[in-house]
Design a binder for this molecule. Structure first.
Ligand SMILES: *[C@@H]1O[C@H](CO)[C@@H](O)[C@H](O)[C@H]1NC(C)=O
Ligand SMILES: *[C@@H]1O[C@H](CO)[C@@H](O)[C@H](O)[C@H]1NC(C)=O
Length: 498
């Protein structure tokens, strides 16, 4: 090569390395998005599941164009006007930094963003459309039930969907966000979602601070280790734990109030699934494996040996679920007071053996997983066994999908729970960044994917998180590989013409 050619080739390579950053992200409907991630994409996003999660991955205010929805989890006392005052769910609600991040953006839910009963959508899609030239992507981290996303996509926005319910499978979600055939849908564990959000942050051009993320992962793995040790002790004590939503109903004829539970399978939400994978003795539900419905259980159906309408400590020994510790939805947990204890004198409730579990809201990040596990661990460590329970545990793999299916092929029965087996604990949570394979490892399996997984790994799962500039495309070549071929052709051309 002449020195001119050398200069020219160096120039072409410089040009390429500075301008070519084609990243791809296949979302959980299978839609493939592309973005030059040397540029920081601007997004519109629901505040907690997407917004705060991405903030934990390093997103700064300059990328946040618009937010909607409640800023804390449902039932929160968090006040956006006074973020340093704290709230009732400090593990998952925003702190002053998260609040400053959210308040930097246009608020598209001014009518409800402080309403603890719930707030999920933009008040008026017209307000979002007015921001169209300032928004590169709408990020929808959710369970697929926000149908407004269909309208938002139809209005011309690129919507990136990250599923909080199911692992990606080509035959699970379809493009309109629904999952009509659930036979290929498998519940996600929190770490699966956090990893997807980390990948998404890289795709969106967030300057991910690896040291800060590793610190979060370190904290998470320490919290998870302490948690699983506590679960082993919980099994030794014979504790039984149940997820339920709590409500107060009113008898149509008498007008009297009554307490009502719902029978909810623990595998349906990411934190219960996470905690079962880490050994929590969670009671399973009976007749339903249905993400759309749950069975209502009024007090009359719960207390086996009480007269209907007369519930007290003399007859509260035998109940439909042999619960020693409850995990209630955050909003329902705010109903717990002396009045509720009269309506529902359950032993675990009277002993204040309960905590909250979020119901498809709040951030999902290494940081929030650590905070939640650190919050619940001492509560369970302090809990006592309160009632007889004869049912034995079932020796299945908590990471396996087999025990999740209630179609007669291996689901757990009513009040069944998984035995503690240290060898079967989900080790993805226990791998500390120091001295273990990091999340970027191309061979790292998805956390909730069992050993004999029917779920084929997706191209995104194989993509190294830290180098999405070279994300594999579906035909196996890489973006930067394709550009290098173009570069080589240019150089050959240049050599011929000179
Ligand atoms: C949304 O905003 C537009 C423009 O301000 C207005 O015409 C329309 O009535 C609003 N829609 C609703 C449902 O409030
Ligand atoms: C999504 O598409 C499926 C299949 O075409 C259809 O049955 C379903 O009603 C659609 N859902 C929505 C919310 O449009």
């Amino acid at each position: 090569m002449s020195s001119f050619q050398r200069t020219l080739s160096a120039f072409v390579l410089l040009l390429l390395s500075n301008t070519v950053h084609g990243a791809t992200f296949q979302d959980d409907r299978g839609v493939v998005h592309t973005w030059d991630n040397s540029v920081k994409a601007k997004i519109g996003v629901e505040a907690t599941l997407g917004g705060i999660s991405l903030f934990h991955m390093g997103m700064q205010a300059e990328q946040l164009a618009a937010v909607w929805g409640l800023w804390g989890i449902r039932g929160t006392t968090f006040d956006p006007e006074n973020p340093s005052a704290g709230s009732n769910f400090p593990e998952l609600d925003p702190g002053p930094e998260e609040a400053a991040f959210l308040s930097s953006a246009v608020n598209l839910s001014p009518s409800c963003y402080t309403n603890p009963r719930g707030c999920w959508q933009v008040d008026n899609i017209t307000d979002l459309i007015a921001l169209q030239d300032q928004i590169d992507f709408i990020v929808n981290v959710d369970n697929g039930y926000d149908y407004s996303m269909i309208d938002i996509e139809a209005a011309g926005f690129k919507v990136i969907f990250v599923d909080t319910y199911f692992d990606y499978h080509e035959n699970c979600r379809i493009q309109n966000f629904s999952a009509p055939d659930r036979s290929n849908c498998y519940g996600r564990s929190a770490i699966d979602i956090a990893r997807r959000i980390e990948e998404l942050a890289v795709f969106l051009g967030v300057e991910v601070d690896q040291d800060a993320i590793n610190q979060q992962k370190q904290d998470m793995c320490e919290a998870a280790t302490e948690f699983t040790d506590t679960m082993e002790e919980a099994h030794e004590k014979g504790l039984r734990i149940k997820v339920s939503w709590l409500g107060i109903g009113q008898d149509e004829e008498t007008g009297e109030s009554y307490a009502e539970l719902s029978d909810y399978d623990p595998i349906e939400l990411w934190f219960p699934r996470t905690m079962e994978e880490l050994g929590m003795p969670l009671l399973h539900s009976d007749d339903i494996y249905d993400y759309d419905e749950y069975a209502a259980v009024p007090a009359s159906a719960y207390f086996n040996t009480c007269e209907p309408g007369v519930y007290n400590e003399d007859c509260n020994g035998e109940t439909l679920f042999p619960v020693d510790f409850w995990l209630f939805d955050p909003r329902g947990s705010r109903l717990i007071d002396d009045n509720l204890k009269l309506l529902f004198p359950d032993r675990a409730l009277l002993a204040d053996q309960w905590w909250y579990v979020p119901k498809n809201d709040g951030p999902i990040s290494y940081k929030s997983i650590a905070a939640y596990l650190r919050g619940i661990t001492p509560k369970i460590a302090a809990a006592q066994k309160l009632r007889e329970s004869t049912q034995e545990c079932t020796p299945v793999d908590p990471r396996d999908i087999g025990h999740l299916v209630l179609d007669g092929t291996g689901g757990l029965p009513l009040n069944g729970f998984v035995c503690y087996n240290r060898d079967l604990i989900q080790t993805e949570y226990l791998k500390c960044p120091e001295g273990s394979a990091p999340v970027e490892s191309p061979a790292a399996p998805s956390a909730s994917t069992p050993a004999e997984s029917p779920v084929a790994p997706t191209p995104t799962e194989l993509a190294p998180v830290s180098s999405s500039e070279a994300v594999p495309t579906s035909d196996g070549t890489t973006m930067s590989g394709a550009f290098l071929m173009v570069a080589a052709a240019l150089l050959v051309n240049a050599a011929i013409t000179i």
